[in-house]
Design a protein around this ligand. Structure first.
Ligand SMILES: *[C@@H]1O[C@H](CO)[C@@H](O)[C@H](O)[C@H]1NC(C)=O
Ligand SMILES: *[C@@H]1O[C@H](CO)[C@@H](O)[C@H](O)[C@H]1NC(C)=O
Ligand SMILES: [Cu+2]
Length: 727
């Protein structure tokens, strides 16, 4: 009796403590160590500023990692995402829409704002009445995909199109969780797991998209489930149950097939797989603490939750369940005229393509399209203040819908902050031979918009970086954990030849399989207005005529305007260099150059897969590094609207091959950042970030250097910070 009472007491004690901890971690108003640290940027006595007043009036009051509920959000801008209340309304309206009402089971796979037509948005100004609000919904009803439009003003479903069955929408979070449990209802699965020496309680399973490899996989939503052992490590990814693949029907939740071909491959050891700081036995401290201080607050403002204004930039920012981050109406205030000029109507991460390079049974299908299959926004976990983003960051949430249409908040999924990395904006110093003693230099401060999507093992950090000189850098960092393969080998001296591995031996019994990453960006450029042209500026070797010059050769730039889409299918070639400009042919600078932006390449790995390989057909949007298409609001997702199990008949490559006219038209630029990844031991057990980026850079957009008149840093202007102890 007494023993039981003690147990009960302990139970309540532990529950109480847990509740207390939970409340402390989640309740935004309780003072915590974290809040104290954060507040000192605004009024702590140890950090002050003597500087001149900031040029921006009414600096924002950033919320830093606080949980917000959004239940009373209202849209202020025609591009503002659906609010919690609007998503609730969509759910209600759909529940009485006949085809859905008649169905016993339907699931919502996308509930997004159906953006008003572009000309309406371009004409809309602050203070105008809000444009009609509509939702665009993708639902799976009795195995069929429907594209619906829900008019929120009239409560009507104004469109309900059944989509062709060559592809399925993004998996819901519910799909992913139910799929991983499905194998457990199959006695054969349990038996195999136990035979491999694994306790069923230690199982961690992943829902892996199947790609598309032929007829037998059509007409039903399928997923492959592979499992790992969580015993003695949180890094279960390093302990694969190799060769065991369970094919699951996502709708019936039934096991279709079990393939078990790895019985002879041991589960790799848990040793050295931990990546949590708290689990390190010998932490290393190499650096003194570091941070950026902004005693007067940031120089950017966030108006009505979504309109960002910083330096000369202004843009609309929102979270999307599929794209992650959506940047719209990007404008730059001209330093000469003071007028806002259009640069880009919309930019987003359109699709990822990650093919693994191992053709064997448990690996051939691993050819992921993370945006369309998993949803980058759905996979974007809350950012960690102080580490994912610096202390001076502002956080934005996403509001999405669950499979049953219930709204939910993806908190702190985007951060915005000013970054100063000690770089130089521009400089010039005079040599003493001139006797002038001139040294002019300007610090480079940028505004960063960041999201990090954790698509199972891999982490993708996507940054949109805005510079005061008009440049936009789109940067992608890869980190997280490799998808690895179990092997009997523990040392390279046992391996008969490299061709037996498909990758690198990273640790005993662990192979990091070679793979590629392609990230395709949708960039609806509107340089000083929607009608733009795409111009290739080719640098070509020119030979001089005999005796014309002591030189025999030089480089010459020739401009070629792309007339149709095929003229703008660009493959990079090192020995045929070119610049790629998006210009406004009807707007010229003072001296007569067309105003423009150019795309400056980076991350130029290209896919070498066979064009007939099923994954490459689906991923054909990576066949060129640049494409240009005429604006079409239905063509936003490079891999097609429905990407899961897609067959490659509706993607950017197919659209572009229509070869439509693109000269002096509203055009969309597509750029693919590519990475080849041959894993190495440093990628174990978690990868140091690898980054690549490309730029959108003004080219004759301004009359002259737009940051000429920017002031240099002066010691007296800068915040003075002392360690707390000496304050
Ligand atoms: C398989 O194991 C799980 C976990 O122990 C259990 O819940 C499930 O009922 C088992 N399935 C069968 C068919 O025995
Ligand atoms: C717009 O895109 C859709 C989907 O690709 C296509 O069916 C339609 O023909 C396109 N419209 C034009 C004018 O190209
Ligand atoms: Cu990689």
């Amino acid at each position: 009796m007494e023993g039981r009472n003690l147990l009960r007491f302990l139970f309540f004690l532990v529950t109480g403590l847990f509740l207390l901890l939970f409340t402390w971690a989640n309740f935004p108003y309780l003072p915590s160590h974290k809040a104290e640290l954060l507040d000192c940027t605004s009024f702590s006595p140890w950090c002050t500023s003597k500087s001149k007043p900031h040029l921006t009036t009414n600096p924002s009051n950033p919320t830093r990692g606080h949980r917000r509920h959004h239940s009373s959000d209202v849209p202020h801008h025609p591009l503002d995402p659906l609010t919690v209340q609007e998503i609730d309304r969509v759910r209600t309206i759909l529940s009485s829409h006949a085809p859905l009402k008649a169905s016993k089971r339907y699931t919502l796979h996308a509930v997004d704002l159906e953006e008003p037509a572009k000309p309406l948005v371009l004409r809309w100004k602050k203070g105008n009445p809000m444009l009609p609000r509509r939702a665009s919904v993708i639902a799976v009803v009795e195995g069929e995909s429907h594209l619906l439009t829900v008019d929120l003003a009239t409560s009507q479903v104004t469109r309900d199109d059944v989509l062709p069955p060559s592809g399925y929408p993004t998996m819901t979070v519910e799909d992913m969780t139910t799929a991983t449990k499905a194998p457990l209802v199959d006695g054969n699965f349990n038996r195999t797991i136990i035979e491999r020496g694994i306790d069923l309680a230690d199982l961690a399973c992943l829902p892996l998209s199947t790609g598309w490899f032929g007829k037998s996989e059509e007409k039903r939503r399928l997923i492959k489930v592979q499992c790992y052992s969580m015993k003695d490590t949180v890094n279960f990814y390093m302990r694969p149950i190799e060769g065991l693949t369970v094919l699951v029907d996502l709708d019936s939740k039934q096991v279709v097939e079990i393939s078990d071909r790895g019985q002879n491959i041991p589960i790799p050891n848990a040793a050295n797989t931990e990546y949590r700081y708290s689990a390190q036995s010998k932490p290393m401290n190499l650096l003194n603490p570091i941070s950026i201080e902004q005693p007067k607050g940031p120089s950017f403002t966030v108006e009505n939750d979504h309109l960002i204004k910083w330096a000369n930039w202004e843009f609309h920012l929102k979270a999307g369940s599929r794209a992650g981050v959506i940047i719209s109406r990007v404008m730059f205030r001209d330093p000469d005229t003071g007028l806002l000029r259009n640069v880009m109507y919309k930019g987003l991460t359109s699709e990822f393509f990650v093919p693994y390079m191992d053709p064997t049974d448990a690996w051939y299908f691993k050819t992921y399209m993370d945006a369309g299959e998993y949803g980058l926004g759905l996979q974007a976990m809350p950012l960690d203040p102080l580490n994912d983003c610096p202390r001076n960051a502002y956080y934005m949430d996403g509001v999405f819908a669950a499979a049953d249409g219930t709204p939910f908040v993806q908190s702190n999924m985007i951060c915005i902050f000013e970054s100063y990395a000690g770089d130089i904006g521009w400089r010039h110093a005079e040599s003493p031979i001139t006797g002038m003693g001139i040294r002019e230099a300007r610090p480079k401060v940028t505004l960063v918009v960041r999201m990090a999507a954790s698509v199972a093992n891999y982490d993708y950090i996507v940054d949109w970086v805005f510079q005061t000189d008009g440049l936009i850098r789109i940067k992608v960092g890869l980190s997280g954990i490799l998808m690895v393969k179990g092997t009997p080998y523990v040392n390279m001296n046992q391996v008969p030849g490299q061709e037996y591995l498909y990758g690198t031996l990273l640790s005993e019994n662990v192979i990091g399989v070679i793979h590629d990453h392609y990230l395709t960006f949708y960039l609806d450029m509107d340089v000083d207005g929607p009608d733009n042209s795409f111009v290739k500026v080719n640098l070509e070797k020119q030979m001089t005529a005999n005796g014309e010059s002591p030189r025999t050769s030089f480089l010459k730039a020739t401009r070629k305007v792309a007339k149709t889409e095929k003229d703008a299918q660009i493959k990079f070639k090192l020995y045929e260099p070119a610049e790629f400009h998006v210009i406004n042919p009807s707007k010229k600078t003072r001296v007569g150059n067309p105003v423009g932006y150019k795309v400056v390449a980076g991350g130029t790995a290209a896919s070498l897969l066979d064009q007939g390989d099923p994954p490459q057909k689906r991923g054909a949007f990576t066949n060129n590094q640049i494409w240009v298409t005429p604006y079409n609001r239905s063509e936003q997702w490079a891999g097609g609207l429905l990407v899961s199990q897609s067959q490659g008949d509706d993607n950017l490559a197919v659209w572009s091959d229509r070869n439509r006219p693109i000269e002096n038209k509203d055009i969309v630029l597509w750029y693919t950042l590519g990475f080849h990844h041959i894993p190495c031991q440093e990628d174990f057990p978690v990868m140091p970030t690898v980054s690549s980026s490309f730029d959108l850079k003004p080219v004759n957009f301004f009359e002259s250097n737009p940051i000429l008149r920017m002031p240099p840093n002066v010691e007296n202007d800068l915040p003075i910070c002392k360690p707390a102890a000496s304050a």
